[in-house]
Design a protein around this ligand. Sequence first.
Ligand code: NDP
Length: 454
Amino acid sequence: MDFDYDLFVLGAGSGGVRASRMSASYGAKVAVAESMLLGGTCVNVGCVPKKLFVYGSHFHEEFQDAKNYGWDVPPSRFDWPTLRDNKTNEIKRLNGIYNNLLDNAGVTLYDAHARLLDAHTVQVGEQTVTARYILIATGGWPVMPEIPGIEHAISSNEAFYLPDFPKQVTVIGGGYIAVEFAGIFAGLGAKTTLLYRGELFLRGFDDSIRAFVKEEIEKKGVELLFETEATHIHKQEDGSLRLDLTSGGTLDADTVLCATGRSPKTQGIGLEDAGVALGANGEVLINDSYQTNVDNIDAIGDVTDRIQLTPVAIEEAMCLSSNLFTDQPKRQMDYQNIATAVFCQPNIGTVGLTEAEAALEHAGDMDIYESQFKPMKHTLSGRDERTLLKMIVCRSTDRVLGIHMVGPDSGEIVQGLAVAMVAGATKAQFDATVGIHPTAAEEFVTLRSVSRQA
Ligand code: NDP
């Protein structure tokens, strides 16, 4: 049977664009449909604009820290529209780059919503096209909790485009997005409160990291209310918001940001008509080869609700394209030792197992190294900010099982160490590595004494 395309991709986010380009480079005839902006969540309402905001929010501390270094910094004032609009212009530039990348790769771009009519047929805008393979790469979308008055709250999507900068912000949630935005809002000058339903936020991260980040975030003036939930959001006459809390109290805010997770975007794209099976959270179910229950339909990235990280979607795209359109040996992504950073302030960088995860297999056979110190910059600035490094080592094999850090540039540092982890480094190899002095990173190769055995 002849098809219009070898591959039709739904969604031009990180995964969809990479799969389109790579497949085209292997000679496949490829089309991709995107009804929103090119680059998906990461480029438009995620990683990229978030990091620009994090940079923006850090300047007030830089101005303060400059004083003891001899700088006389005049009073500064923050202008939200400047940051917001410069960020938007940069995003538009990136949208253009994505467009060129697809164009140069010979991929046909449909600026339209696509919907499957059956396993090989797609309606895209007014047209109907056929494809041998179809890739679902539609990503995810913020989930809002079901509480009365939730329509007055925003998600991270809107936080990037606020018309006015709020004086008082409440962030609901305790994951990546909540802690990152709490830092952004507080850094830019808003009185910021973070509400988290559990005992301690950042569930899933190493417990030492979670406790340490709590202290550091509090030092920066963010109010943390744990074991607290909002039960109602009221809009008051002056336009401000009042939250009723499970603690019995209330909390006022101009802006309430819900960062309570993201769910797969599987509605309205005809998955039921094509017979694609979904899981309990609406995620597209796939096997080890990214194949759904329908042979010629694959899925990668956030829509599969596994690891919601851009580099994961990109690597999945690389494997899938190679497997579909080359004779190379089958490529499979290694999900072990995926490094990640949380751009809260200070940053978290982590790779490998948490102590709790490592204990499942190695309890009684672990050496834990932990080191806390004041970053050198703050010996002069006087800022009360500390850095934490943690390494988890299997005592009998000497293998490093996990590396965790909280401190400036943790993401940059841990990215390098992730190479050592993937290579299966031992503690002895870390010890044999000469440090770069004076850096925070050198502490990872000078951890001499075991903090405790576990
Ligand atoms: P997460 O899944 O990380 O966190 C969701 C948070 O919301 C949890 O603290 C959860 O609590 C809480 N929550 C969930 N439902 C409710 C509810 N009904 N009421 C109150 N609280 C609730 O989601 P995010 O939205 O922060 O981010 C989504 C994903 O995007 C991340 O998991 C990450 O993979 C990715 N991301 C990555 C970034 C990076 O690499 N730097 C940055 C931003 C996002 P509980 O713990 O109790 O379940």
